[in-house]
Design a protein around this ligand. Sequence first.
Ligand code: AMP
Ligand code: MG
Length: 405
Amino acid sequence: MLSVAEATDKIVPAFAPIGAELVSLDQAFGRVLAEPLTARLTQPPADVTAMDGYAIRAADAAALPARLKVTMNIAAGYAPPGALKSGEAARIFTGAPVPDGADTIVIQENTDRDGDWVTIREGDRNPGQHIRRAGFDFKTGDVVLRPGRRLSVRDIALAAAMNRPWLNVSRRPRVALLSTGDELVNPGDAVGPAQIIGSNGIGLAAFVTACGAEPVNLGIARDTMADLDRHLDAANGCDALVTLGGASVGDHDLVQKALKARAAQLDFWKIAMRPGKPVMFGRLGALNVLGLPGNPVSSIVTATLFLKPAIERMLGLAQAAQPNPKVVLGRDLRANDLRQDYMRARLTTDAAGRATVAPFDKQDSAMLSLLAGADCLIIRPPHAPAAKAGELVEVLILGGGCLSI
Ligand code: AMP
Ligand code: MG
């Protein structure tokens, strides 16, 4: 059997970035930036006030109270009418440019207004206070966002502030998904007594979307060479093909045979992991083919390990080699066997605010209800010794999705 790490090393490097396209900023959330993003302007464009109040010369208010003549009124969006002279104050509102000659902002709460005059009663008058200097966020030409970054909500706001209405982003890889099995019907179809819903096709389509790629659902192929062959035609033009089920060595597992009949170069591996085990990988012409197990939990867990990083490579996502976090175990675990275990588990916060993790009692690879109820997978390396509650275990977090704020 192949280890998870060996399988990852064989699969993931076979995928390469697939190129870029131009999209408008309002379509760019969650996409992967494919160019260094330079600011097209300086932000803020001038020294501006961060508060509502009066722009003055600090020296004019060295002693309090200080009475100054209000000679101008400056709102956000308007240039100051002129420079401020000694003995003068400018009424000013948040975001408005600070007039030349002024060097501090006094907040309005510390003043009394009387017609054309203002009295500074109290408060600090330090030079520079409440003034946002021109370009303190970024300046024209600054590279503020780098390629290979998945654009978050915050990045979109930043790109907008940088006046970048169009961005070059990685093209979304088209990932074809082929379900296989005589027993499968689509959700909503009539279900015969010996039939089940082919949940993996639609589940993996959502998975592919969550990773930032575009799913192309090829539907369900029956367990015959002719029907498999017909469905495989539809993978033309896609960037990767994922088959679900039918990859084992049973009489009805024809996926390998159908692909080989099309001259695919394929390896079939048993991977030392649970859930999972049978995984197929190879090439059909220019197309990378990944064959995942049919069991619903196995397909989602193996997709998390092998398909997600493959999609990330096609997207040109800069790989941040972040190790999985370690979390305090909430209960004892038995020693593990030779297969790396991915135990469906729930995270809770204890009274001290520490995250703790506990696996479900049942770990069957066909139980989608428990997978859906899990927050994470506890990773148990091959031959891991028994672990006691309170020890740290590595977890693979499932929640949060691939898009975040
Ligand atoms: P297979 O690898 O084709 O032998 O499938 C293994 C198990 O997964 C069988 O119990 C199948 O019925 C089930 N299975 C296969 N494909 C799917 C699917 N698309 N959705 C749900 N279950 C599936
Ligand atoms: Mg099958």
